[in-house]
Design a protein. Structure first.
Length: 274
């Protein structure tokens, strides 16, 4: 039986891997989990926000008929780790800083999302059980390079690439035609914009043919430039907006972007939680 009911799955065939980009619907924030299928194994990157989509991700992985080698959680935001509830029997890797951040903010995240979604999201803290300590790892003959990014969309983030596959697994370092979440502040209160733009510039000239964002469909390297332009514009809109008109001002500037709720969540953290 086809396990896919809600997720939109884009399959991309590369050299030694097949990529399955699994996108959740709008109420799951259009977050992507990526399944990298090697000859004999699966590597999963991020695990969804909502229970129905996380369990469907697990079912879809099962339908591919290969063991899950590991799950990577790229950062501490709940749309990337809540779903590890469904992957408790496999190793889940994250940076030590990310594990600490998840611990610190889990209750706030669960309260916030259970307020919106009730029992459709987890009420239990599940932590990655393995800390990432290396900067590259070869899994089933495929080289994964692991990059630690500081002070971008989240305070600590993992991005990966598969250099032999010319594939950049950016997750939330990049969004594709979806409003960016810009509500994260550094520990010292600094807004995300400048650090995020600086991080993106490091990858702008990478030789990537496939770019996998954390929200929105897979794209090409050009979405890096588009994200940089978006962040510059939204930063300037924020400086001249109030809590009342920030969302509508950004929507007016980017009318072809989806998921207004991402901006509403940004506004909540920018104006009410500061
Ligand atoms: Zn996200």
């Amino acid at each position: 039986m086809n396990p896919v009911k809600n997720l939109v799955i884009t399959t991309i065939k590369r050299n030694k891997v097949q990529i399955h980009c699994c996108a959740s619907p709008d109420d799951g924030e259009r977050v992507n989990a990526q399944i990298i299928e090697t000859a004999n194994k699966l590597v999963i990157i991020d695990a969804m926000l909502m229970r129905p989509y996380a369990s469907e991700l697990r079912e879809y992985a099962k339908s591919l008929g290969k063991p899950i080698d590991r799950v990577f959680v790229t950062h501490s935001h709940p749309d990337h780790w809540f779903g590890i509830e469904y992957f408790q029997d496999v190793d889940v890797y994250a940076f030590p800083e990310t594990i600490e951040e998840i611990k610190m903010f889990a209750q706030i995240a669960m309260d916030f999302h259970r307020n919106n979604h009730g029992d459709l999201v987890t009420d239990t803290l599940f932590l990655p059980n393995k800390a990432i300590t290396e900067s590259e790892v070869t899994i089933d003959g495929v080289l994964f390079r692991l990059f630690k990014i500081v002070a971008a969309e989240d305070v600590f983030m993992l991005a990966l690439d598969l250099p032999e596959e010319k594939t950049f697994i950016a997750q939330d370092l990049l969004y594709n035609k979806v409003h960016l979440f810009v509500g994260q502040r550094s520990m010292d209160g600094t807004l995300c914009f400048d650090g995020w733009i600086a991080a993106l510039k490091q990858y702008e000239s990478g030789e990537y043919e496939v770019v996998l964002p954390g929200h929105g469909f897979p794209g090409e390297i050009s979405i890096i430039k588009e994200n940089i332009a978006n962040l510059k514009k939204v930063k300037s809109i924020l400086s001249s907006s109030t809590g009342e008109n920030f969302v509508q001002n950004v929507v007016a500037a980017f009318p072809d972007y989806g998921l207004r709720s991402m901006l509403e969540m940004s506004a909540y953290f920018l104006f009410q939680m500061k």
